[in-house]
Design a protein around this ligand. Structure first.
Ligand code: HEC
Length: 112
């Protein structure tokens, strides 16, 4: 009987450990800071990524995207490869979350 109790406790501890181990990744909120770094690295060649950035009209600025698109629309757009000139460039789900958080943070009209 004692052995059975120990076995059950062991399984519960193991299960609990796995569950806790899996939790942090899922619990991390999208990071606009990480998204900003990513944008500077991967997006700034074509897009004006900062509100005060110097402009080109090669691609819509991130501020203009933030104003007219919902986060869901941005994510859906980024899940497909975009701008033919990007040659199949794709982002991970995590990167999409982060860069969308950054773009969304630029929406100065939100709630106004
Ligand atoms: C090689 C140039 C290039 C790069 C690099 C690039 N884009 Fe774009 N992007 C464009 C062009 C051109 C458009 C507009 C045409 C289109 O919709 O494909 C666009 C459109 C978009 C749109 C949709 C705008 C709308 O009206 O809804 C989003 C969102 C976007 N880009 C995000 C990004 C992000 C995030 C990155 C970096 C990870 C990035 N882009 C990198 C050229 C680029």
């Amino acid at each position: 009987m004692r052995r059975l109790v120990l076995a059950v406790a062991g399984a519960a501890a193991l299960g609990g450990g796995l569950w806790l181990g899996a939790r942090p990744a899922a619990a991390v909120a999208p990071s606009a800071e990480a998204g900003a770094e990513l944008a500077a690295r991967w997006c700034a060649a074509c897009h004006v990524i900062a509100p005060d950035g110097a402009g080109t009209d090669a691609a819509p600025s991130f501020v203009s995207i933030a104003r007219k698109r919902s986060p869901e629309e941005v994510k859906a757009f980024l899940a497909k490869s975009h701008a033919k000139s990007m040659r199949g460039f794709t982002l991970s789900t995590r990167e999409i979350e982060d860069v969308t958080a950054y773009i969304t943070s630029l929406n100065d009209k939100a709630g106004k």
